[in-house]
Design a protein around this ligand. Structure first.
Ligand code: FES
Length: 66
């Protein structure tokens, strides 16, 4: 599923980045230019980041090991 239609960023792309240690929007923007178009995806991307911030590094937001 695409999170960002403007930049063709998939949810799986964001999960992979977060699993690799990304924890802030600046890093997501640097990698994917997410929210660099219409900006509608920013809220969903931030929610995903928040779910990972509550997890130790190397752990998926759903609790599975990455
Ligand atoms: S949907 Fe991401 S910038 Fe438009």
């Amino acid at each position: 599923m695409y999170v960002c239609i403007c930049k063709a960023v998939r949810e799986s792309d964001l999960h992979a980045a977060c699993a690799a240690g990304v924890r802030d929007m600046a890093a997501l923007r640097s990698r994917f230019d997410i929210a660099g178009g219409c900006g509608k995806c920013g809220r969903e991307a931030r929610a995903l980041l928040d779910s990972y911030r509550q997890q130790p590094l190397g752990t998926a937001a759903n609790g599975a090991s990455a």
